[in-house]
Design a binder for this molecule. Sequence first.
Ligand code: AMP
Ligand code: GLY
Length: 414
Amino acid sequence: MKILLVGSGGREHALGLGLHADPECTELHVAPGNPGIAEFAQCHPLDIKDNSAIVDLALQLDVELVVVGPEVPLVNGVADLLRAAGIAVFGPSKAAAQLEGSKNFAKEVMADAGVPTAHSFTCTTQEEMEKALDAFGAPYVVKDDGLAAGKGVVVTRDRQEALDHALACKRVVIEEFLDGPEVSLFGISDGKTIIAMQPAQDFKRAYDNDSGPNTGGMGAYSPLPWAPSDIIEDTYTKILAPMIIEMAARGTPFVGLLYAGLALTNHGTRVIEFNARFGDPETQVLIPLLKTPLAGLLYKAATRNLEGTKLEWSNETAVTVVLAAEGYPSAPKSGGVIGELPSIERVSIFHAGTSRNENALVATGGRVLTVTGIGSDLTEARDRAYRAISHISLDGSFYRSDIALNASVAEKGN
Ligand code: AMP
Ligand code: GLY
């Protein structure tokens, strides 16, 4: 099977390796890709905002499957165009991608599907916003209704800051603060059947001890030794399956990866958000642990044929740590030269924001590399990831030193 993977980040590097490892994948093309991906797949320059360029490339390469990594082309409707051209695609239609593209839409679907989430108001006027803020009180949670590249959500105790953010958005969802650990749990869906993956945890803040600004994610680990033993079953029954049934009933079946961002509160699991694609950096811990061949799995989803499929997982643990460029997330510096990457057993280094200049590898993005260590437990996986990342040189770069630390201490105590 010839496959085209769209995207260029650490997530696509991990997905690409997974697809490449499946003997069913005979030819892997990635657009635009990155220097890490270029080591095992053919990369093609592409502007991911240009839907027709994506369709033209898929037709020209005569691929049997397109896997779309990032949300932007999905929300722009690239999956509809590919399907209309007769190409199987792993990724939701424009209508179904609204689960990520509009917070208000996601809330409406959750209400109709009976899926537990934070109580919320959708507001457009200052009066509505102030009323909603005062109804919930601090901490305030204010979300831009539309896609905002990770900058749409403000959680603050400062009412003025909350109101300023609300006023800066056209339409906002203001909601109840959910207290409890956050978990990312992904479902692979063919529109009728959805299969839950094992949970992962992502670290969103830039600096240690969950301080500093929100980012796209600074690290992740999986599985979660502390999570309730029924978390997969419970999330499937109460959240993933009802969402897939509701989307199909609306005539907009969700085919692709449904990302549930969850808060495990004292009152049960609540949905914080949905995304319509694999999470980054969670994918960099999930794909290395997934034993089920990825190309066949995603093809079955894309061709509505998932029923009866079961996922097989390694019983090991993975921890990934993101190396970020100086100034990330507000003003990342690009152009820095990255030293030679270490080669350490059971460690994978995924490229996220890199390019190759003559002979040097240079940083081109805020999140530059993602370093995943695999081990028999969190301590071993962390040791490997941190040993590797400490050997990478990039002036001004930084990484969090506490990814999976608490969970690893708790695991050792047990
Ligand atoms: P999002 O962009 O929707 O992933 O939100 C970014 C982050 O804001 C989440 O990972 C949470 O840490 C936080 N957040 C979003 N909604 C809530 C909520 N209702 N209660 C508490 N924290 C939230
Ligand atoms: N890890 C967060 C995201 O992919 O949105």
